[in-house]
Design a protein around this ligand. Structure first.
Ligand code: SAH
Ligand code: MG
Length: 203
């Protein structure tokens, strides 16, 4: 097997940083699913909503040398992502856009994407989906992470024990599940992989 020690130690460093600083990077099982999608689709252009420290962007870019455009609104995360992408020598592949994803359409509107990976504020998934799917190629796929929101989405019995904010998020994610599952334009499957991942393709 081909290994790359520079990348591997960077990946470990990023995972360690995320753990110590509670940055919610994608968990291994979810990443493995996403990497399989990339191996199958071989996307030329990937759009990511929510870069954090650049971990998933780096992992995605490495699979088959795709271009990754990733949107991040938090300045500290943005700066960390930029520096990590430099360390990975992937500045030519990965472009981080420092904006709120609700307002970043203009930055990417001329690009056609083969994969859109949604992994930012859970309450806004529906909006992200509507804003960016017009840029998806006909054969493209949309993957969303954290569809189970740490298991809370299906924890209906205990819903009253959560704070109002968390209840609001659970409600929004449930609405998004319904929206995807009843969508006339997209076929969606939601899998119990990682923290719940959905995959949508055009009908
Ligand atoms: N994809 C990353 C993890 C992203 S965590 C990985 O797996 O490695 C979610 C990130 O989304 C956070 O850094 C947060 O700042 C960012 N975010 C949340 N809402 C956003 C929005 N509306 N626009 C841009 N970034 C957003
Ligand atoms: Mg996630």
């Amino acid at each position: 097997m081909k290994t790359n020690l520079v990348f591997d130690s960077l990946e470990l460093e990023l995972k360690q940083y995320a753990k110590e600083n509670s940055v919610p990077i994608i968990i291994d099982e979810g990443l493995s699913f996403l990497e399989s999608v990339i191996r199958i689709k071989k996307p030329k252009n990937i759009l990511e909503i929510g870069s954090a420290i650049g971990y998933s962007a780096i992992r995605m870019a490495r699979v088959c040398n795709s271009n990754v455009y990733s949107i991040e609104r938090d300045e500290k995360m943005y700066n960390l992502a930029i520096s990590n992408i430099k360390k990975a020598n992937l500045e030519d592949n990965i472009h981080i856009i420092f904006k709120d994803a609700l307002e970043a359409l203009d930055d990417v509107k001329d690009i056609k994407f083969d994969l859109i990976f949604i992994d930012a504020a859970k309450a806004q998934y529906h909006k992200f989906f509507d804003i960016y799917t017009p840029l998806l190629n006909d054969e493209g796929v949309v993957v969303c992470d954290n569809m189970y929101f740490h298991g809370l989405v299906s924890d209906v019995e205990n819903i009253d024990s959560y704070s109002r904010g968390v209840r609001g998020l659970i409600r929004k994610l449930n609405e998004f599940h319904e929206y995807l599952l009843n969508n006339d334009k997209y076929h969606t499957s939601i899998y119990d992989i990682g923290d719940g991942m959905s995959i949508s393709v055009k009908k």
